[in-house]
Design a protein around this ligand. Structure first.
Ligand code: G6P
Length: 608
């Protein structure tokens, strides 16, 4: 988390830094700060809260005309999200911004304090600044001093550094957290957390590797590896990432993004379906017959996407499909070998735990696949196979269109694998493919429930707890619905397998407990219907999302239901995602919470 930008052009950089921070705010918005260097003076402004607070201060105080500067958006790890802890930190001649966590920070801090250092913030970043400042005192050469100081750090970090008296020099270093160098389209050099941050200035991007340092001036840049050797890194040409920060005529990015779903599903499907032949196209080198087990790992919303995928993949491959959250997977010493196909699902392609899980799987000999939305991300570069989700840039912290594209890819993969293994006949595979191709229209139709959902949202806005229930692929959708609601409304919500209700949650049911029951008309409908009656008998406040026919039956029982368009069982998780997204959104709008940037969250979680 935390976003970093650094610019050295020799021309005033303050405006460029702000434009880039706007693109980086998705990584954290607890505080923001910028510093520029001009004639031996540091101009610095920092502000707690969103970037707009910083902009206001800069409008009043200015930021000088310095031709070199660094900026930061923060997601707090060490120390409260106040101005004192905001970056950049200034320690002697060192001006520094940091993303990541320094694990031996207490030890280093203790040592520094013992030697008389004055530490004014609670951050681990300030400690790095002191180490660099100390090394600068004993080393004439800046490059040697930086490498020596950073060599003392344990943990994950990306850093951008300026040194007073060295106004030509912008310094970057990375280990565990991403950092890229941009070669200016017009002039100068840039360093940033991702290609998006560099997109206003640069199409030529160099991704630093683990342990790399970069020393950039207006005209040159040098990269050293962890052993201090000068190295060449590949220059990647990035396509223009345009119009990403535009809400169109929507009030929030979230609304814009979920209404884009029919379109982005089409774009995603175009990668996997040959519309002339109705065949799924998966890279033939990704040969499922070589494996006997599939493991899927992810975090947050992407984890629920993987859970939906598990139901499909088990059905079409007859293989054991294991799904785990990355933070658990990587520490439980999972048995892995070359017969395992490992699939990581991630919007950003940078989530620290998911990335570590991918690396672990590679190390243990698994073939690795990344279902990923950001083509320039670390996972895209490191996985053996990339299955892109073409959701476009997702700005709202709560994921919507990326989720639906993730399950789109997993659906296509399930068909492709089933056919390769001869578990699906050519005929069945082609029917499922045609079904999948009808998704954009079906999703469009599913938005027809919006008015009814708005009414429901106004009631949900008054409660403190909500339960979501579902069976089979509706179970992960119930969990995703609960996650969306808690993320953006702060109402406590849980998703349960409907069959688990009797094993505990039923104790919570009374007339104040709303239950959202996701019940498409499929093989498990009758079972879910029994659960509905059990809840009704105990006075629970029930709302059932189901088909038109079933909705009428439910209403005849005196219960509430909202009717979604009919679909095949295969496509039901797509259809039922729409009402749970709409419910979270309209509840949040009614409550007046910050829909796009909910408290405490960040879009890309690059720390463990
Ligand atoms: C954060 C975001 C979630 C996202 C999760 C995984 O928690 O707030 O929306 O689902 O990270 O992110 P990834 O980029 O790996 O999909």
């Amino acid at each position: 988390m935390c976003g970093i930008i650094g610019i050295v052009t020799g021309k005033p950089v303050a405006t460029g830094l702000i434009s880039s921070l706007k693109l980086l705010e998705y990584r954290g918005y607890d505080s923001a700060g910028i510093a520029t260097l001009q004639n031996g003076t540091v101009w610095r402004e920092r502000a707690a809260g969103k970037l707009s607070n910083l902009e206001k201060k800069i409008r009043v105080n200015g930021l000088g005309d310095g031709g070199i500067g660094i900026g930061h958006t923060r997601w707090a790890t060490h120390g409260a999200p106040n101005e004192t802890n905001a970056h950049p930190h200034i320690i002697g001649d060192v001006v520094i911004v940091h993303n990541g966590i320094i694990e031996n920070y207490q030890e280093l801090r203790g040592e520094l304090l013992k030697n008389g250092a004055k530490i004014s913030s609670d951050t681990d970043t300030e400690v790095i600044g002191h180490l660099i400042q100390n090394q600068l005192k004993i080393n004439d050469n800046v490059e040697t001093a930086i490498q020596a100081a950073i060599g003392m750090l344990r943990g994950a970090f990306a850093l951008a550094i300026m040194i007073k008296g060295n106004e030509e020099l912008l310094i970057g270093a990375r280990k565990g957290c991403p950092l890229a160098v941009g070669i200016g389209d017009v002039e100068g050099h840039y360093i940033g957390s991702d290609a998006l941050a560099l997109s206003p200035f640069s199409r030529q991007i160099v991704y630093l590797e683990e342990g790399d340092f970069v020393f950039a001036t207006k005209n040159t840049f040098k990269v050293y590896n962890e052993s201090g050797e000068l190295v060449e890194r590949e220059i990647n040409i990035i396509e223009q990432q345009s119009a990403v920060m535009d809400k169109g005529n929507h009030k929030h990015y979230m609304a814009k993004e979920f209404f884009e779903q029919p379109d982005v599903i089409s774009h995603t499907l175009a990668n996997y379906i040959d519309m002339d032949t109705n065949q799924i196209n998966i890279d033939s080198k990704l040969d499922i017959t070589k494996f006997n087990r599939i493991i899927m790992v992810s975090c947050g919303t992407a984890y629920y996407a993987a859970m939906v995928g598990k139901y499909w993949l088990e059905k079409t491959t007859h293989m054991s499909v294991e799904v785990d959250v990355a933070s658990e997977f990587r520490y439980r010493n999972p048995p892995l070998n070359e017969k395992c196909l490992f699939i990581v699902v991630s919007q950003s392609g940078e989530t620290a735990d998911s990335l570590a899980a991918l690396r672990l799987a590679k190390e243990k000999g698994c073939t690795t696949v990344a279902v990923v939305n950001v083509p320039t991300s670390t996972m895209s570069r490191e996985a053996d196979f990339i299955l892109p989700t073409s959701a476009g840039t997702e700005v709202c912290v709560a994921s919507t269109k990326a989720f639906i594209c993730q399950i789109t890819v997993l659906a296509a993969l399930s068909i492709g694998f089933g056919k390769s293994l001869n578990i699906l006949s050519a005929d069945d595979a082609s029917k499922m493919t045609m079904d999948l191709a009808s998704l954009p229209r079906l999703i469009n139709d599913s938005f027809s429930v919006e008015k009814e959902i708005i009414k429901l949202a106004h009631n949900i806005a008054k409660v403190e707890h909500v339960l979501f229930l579902g069976r089979h692929t509706s179970f992960p959708i119930a969990m995703e619905g609960a996650l969306k609601l808690k993320e953006i409304t702060y109402i406590h919500a849980e998703g349960y397998a409907a069959g688990e209700l009797k094993h505990g949650p039923i104790a919570l049911i009374d007339e104040k407990m709303p239950l959202i029951i996701i019940a498409p008309d499929n093989d498990t409908y009758e079972k879910t219907r029994s659960n509905i009656e059990e809840i009704a008998a105990r006075g629970g406040d029930i709302m059932v999302f189901t088909t038109q026919k079933r909705a009428e039956e439910i209403r005849a029982l005196g219960l509430k239901a909202i009717a979604l368009p009919d679909s095949s069982d295969f496509l039901s998780p797509f259809v039922y995602t729409i009402p749970v997204q709409l419910l979270a959104y309209h509840t949040a709008v009614h409550m007046g919470t910050d829909v796009d940037q909910p408290r405490n969250l960040a879009k890309s979680v690059t720390v463990e």
